[in-house]
Design a protein around this ligand. Structure first.
Ligand code: DGI
Ligand code: FE
Ligand code: FE
Length: 209
C-alpha cells in the first residue's frame, strides 16, 4: 500500500498548489486516525483522503467536459457550478490513473463535497476529515474536531450545516444530495434541534423560536 501512496503523494505535490497539497496530506492523516477510532481500515481511509481533491488539477469546465465524455450525466446544479464536480473528477483520476478499483474508496472521493444519501462509514470519514484536518482554521472547527471522534453522524450534521450556511450566504444553489444526506442522517439520529452549541447560544440571546 505504501508504494501507491508514495506515487500518489508525488503526483498531488506536482499537480496541485502547495496549500492544496498540504490540505490533502492533512485529510489523509486525519482520515487515517478517524478510521482507527471508528473501526474502518486506516489505509483505505488514507488513500481516499490523499486522493479526495486530486480532481482539482483541472478546471470545473474541463471536469464537466471530461465527465460527460466518460458517460456521467451531470445534474442542473453541477452544470451551473461545475466546481462541484471535482470529487467525481477525482474518482475518475483515481480509477484511470492510479488503478484504484475499490468502489468504497471511489465513492468517498466522489461524494466528499456534497455528501449523498446512504453514506458509508468511509464516505462519512472523508467528508468530515475534509472539514477538520489541521490546516483548517476558524472558531467553528474546534468543536467539530471533538465530535468527529465521538459520533460520525452528529458530526456530519454539523459539517453539513456549516456548508449550507456558507452556500446560502454566497447566494449559490444548494446541491440536493446535501439535503438528502442531512435529512436521512438527522432523522436516523431521532433528535431535533439539539445538535448545535450555537443554537443554544442563540436561544440564550432570544434570537431563535
Ligand atoms: O475542496 P475543498 O475546498 O477542500 O472542500 P469541498 O470539496 O467541501 O468544497 C467546498 C466548496 O464547495 C465550497 O466553495 C462550497 C462548495 N459547495 C459545497 N456544497 C455546495 C457548494 N457549492 C454549491 N453551489 N452548492 C452546494 O451545495
Ligand atoms: Fe474538495
Ligand atoms: Fe478538500
Amino acid at each position: 500500500m505504501s508504494g501507491i501512496l508514495d506515487e500518489i503523494r508525488d503526483y498531488i505535490r506536482k499537480e496541485l498548489k502547495p496549500e492544496r497539497y498540504r490540505h490533502s496530506i492533512g485529510v489523509m492523516e486525519t482520515a487515517r486516525k478517524m478510521a482507527a477510532c471508528h473501526g474502518e481500515e486506516p489505509e483505505r481511509a488514507a488513500l481516499a483522503g490523499i486522493l479526495h481533491d486530486c480532481g482539482k488539477h483541472c478546471s470545473g469546465s474541463d471536469s464537466l467536459r471530461l465527465l460527460e465524455a466518460s458517460g456521467y450525466v451531470p445534474d442542473e446544479v453541477e452544470r451551473f457550478d461545475p466546481d462541484l464536480l471535482h470529487g467525481r473528477m477525482g474518482a475518475l483520476v483515481a480509477r484511470e490513473k492510479f488503478r484504484i478499483s475499490d468502489a468504497g474508496i471511489l465513492s468517498a472521493i466522489a461524494c466528499h463535497t456534497t455528501g449523498k444519501s446512504g453514506m458509508s462509514k468511509l464516505d462519512k470519514i472523508i467528508y468530515i476529515a475534509d472539514y477538520i484536518e489541521p490546516n483548517r482554521d476558524g472558531d467553528w472547527v474546534s468543536p467539530l474536531r471533538t465530535v468527529a471522534f465521538q459520533n460520525l453522524d452528529r458530526c456530519i450534521i454539523l459539517c453539513a450545516d456549516c456548508t449550507l450556511t456558507y452556500v446560502m450566504r454566497k447566494g449559490m444553489p444548494i446541491h440536493p444530495d446535501t439535503i438528502r444526506m442531512r435529512n436521512e442522517i438527522l432523522m436516523s439520529l431521532g433528535v431535533q434541534g439539539d445538535l448545535h452549541v450555537e443554537h443554544t447560544d442563540r436561544r440564550k440571546n432570544g434570537q431563535s423560536q
